[in-house]
Design a protein around this ligand. Structure first.
Ligand code: UD1
Ligand code: MG
Length: 457
């Protein structure tokens, strides 16, 4: 971490607290794994911290550690806190994992997922200013200070940290609140924590007390104040989760428009964390993007589409009312119209499926035309099979293509055919009963029946 590209002077370790019970979510899923924009909130947090190139990441977990282990893989270490005796005690559980680590430690909360990397960087920079603070606290000034711990500070220097339950009336009148996030040097953190007791209103080991302990030694502790209370907003309930989602979506819509996409009704378009949109893309009303979607330039997505795991190349058009599922690829100028579902299927350049169709596990050749009501029958209840359709092939309406099956280039499948054997290039395939033609039969039938009915009266 000494090269020019590296923005921070010292190696960085993250300690992310996530051992709280999350009772108010009323969920079997660990609180920090609840998704926002299709990605667990904890992974949003770790992704923004990645901008600082942390060397170590330790997540402190209590219940639900298997869920966290599965979600994190080897991207972070886990430290277990059992029982949960407070935020200071939680950070102490990372001591083993950080043994021998010499660098800065940034303490984050897994349920405060949208702290900006700039803010984290500002905290670490403050830690290395000339007055050599022992601790840097991230504070904010909410509209309503509620139950937050208070930061009693003067000129950016913290005099005292006090929890709401332990605070005097005068201290509660202070509007500067503790976000909970802190930056501390690795070699000091655990020494300070070892001196923290639990003689307070909640009988807990408060992380905030490391500031008070350092102050006793005559050390400076500094506060960085964010001007955006939203970035330190914690998520404790489903309602707060929905609010965080709404804020995220609002920002993403503005970013999409700033980057050259037209959103006809921005508030009705829902993005995933990784949606990629090109320029001159138009997204009409009520479109939902699931994860894994890439949209190139000059694409139109008409109203009421659900798109996930799909790639739309330039000049393509989708919907209205289309569903693109994982593995859907629309190459240049391909079109998918209303009530069409595409899964694990490629429509090569200029191919069209404009109405009422299911294309699953398929390869549709360039310029092919898939008629209304075409179904690829890709599943026999046990296995999935592929349908391969050649270039410029024409599939008549209401055809069932029973996979595995190949339709050759320039072939025509007659409407209403159930095709279960390969069709050669240039062939016409017609799979339906011979037509019986009886001129005048219906007229004679009606006459006879009308007579019969009259006789019975
Ligand atoms: C904490 C701060 C408070 C601050 C507030 C901001 C302390 C003592 N208080 O209070 O000053 O204003 O956050 O929201 O630090 N956690 C553990 N193990 C524990 C306890 C908590 O991992 O034993 C984790 C939780 O999962 C959560 C975070 O720490 O991510 C904060 O815990 P919480 O109980 O919400 O702390 P507060 O009492 O709200
Ligand atoms: Mg809290």
């Amino acid at each position: 971490m000494t090269d020019m590209a590296s923005p921070l002077a010292l190696p960085l370790a993250l300690v992310v607290l996530a051992a709280g019970k999350g009772t108010r979510m009323k969920s079997d899923l660990h609180k920090v794994l609840h998704p926002i924009a299709g990605r667990p909130m904890l992974l949003h947090l770790l992704a923004s911290a990645d901008a600082l190139e942390p060397q170590r990441k330790v997540v402190v977990v209590g219940a639900g550690r298997e869920q966290l282990a599965a979600a994190l893989g080897d991207s972070a270490e886990l430290a277990v806190q059992d029982p949960q005796l407070g935020t200071g005690h939680a950070v102490q559980q990372a001591e083993g994992a950080l043994a021998g680590f010499a660098g800065d430690v940034l303490i984050l909360y897994g349920d405060v997922p949208f702290v900006r990397a700039e803010t984290m960087r500002a905290m670490l920079e403050r830690l290395h200013r000339a007055d050599n603070p022992a601790v840097v606290v991230l504070a904010f000034e909410p509209e309503d200070a509620l139950q937050y711990g208070r930061v009693i500070a003067d000129g950016g220097v913290v005099q005292k940290m006090v929890e709401h339950k332990d605070a005097s009336e005068a201290e509660r009148a202070c509007r500067l609140c503790n976000s909970g996030l802190m930056a501390v040097r690795g070699e000091e953190l655990f020494k300070l924590l070892a001196r923290v007791g639990n003689d307070n209103a909640q009988g807990e080991y408060y992380l905030t007390d490391i500031v008070n302990v350092a102050n006793e030694d005559g050390r400076v502790c500094a506060v960085v104040v964010t001007d955006d209370p939203d970035e330190v907003a914690g998520i404790n309930s489903r309602a707060e989760l929905a609010e965080a989602e709404a804020r995220w979506q609002h920002k993403r819509r503005l970013a999409a428009m700033a980057d050259g996409a037209s959103l006809v009704a921005p508030e009705t378009v829902w993005f995933a964390w990784d949606t990629v949109l090109g320029r001159d893309v138009t997204v009409e009303q009520n479109v939902v993007f699931g994860p894994g979607v890439t949209v190139a330039d000059n694409v139109v997505i008409h109203a009421f589409c659900h798109i996930e795991g799909a790639r739309l190349e330039s000049g393509t058009s989708v919907g209205p009312f289309a569903r693109l599922r994982p593995g859907a690829v629309l190459e240049e100028k391909a079109r998918v119209g209303n009530f069409v579902e595409v899964k694990n299927a490629v429509l090569h350049a200029g191919a069209k499926a404009n109405h009422l169709t299911y294309l699953g596990d398929a390869d549709v050749g360039a310029g092919a035309n898939i008629g209304a009501g075409t179904i690829t029958c890709n599943y026999d209840g046990y296995f999935k099979y592929r349908t391969v359709i050649g270039e410029r092939a024409f599939i008549g309406s209401n055809s069932a293509l029973i996979a595995p099956v190949k339709i050759g280039a320039d072939a025509i499948v007659a409407a209403g055919s159930a095709v279960s054997r390969d069709v050669a290039d240039g062939e016409l395939r017609l799979v339906r009963a011979e037509q019986l033609v009886k001129p005048g039969w219906a007229d004679r039938f009606h006459d006879a029946m009308k007579r019969k009915k009259a006789e019975r009266k």
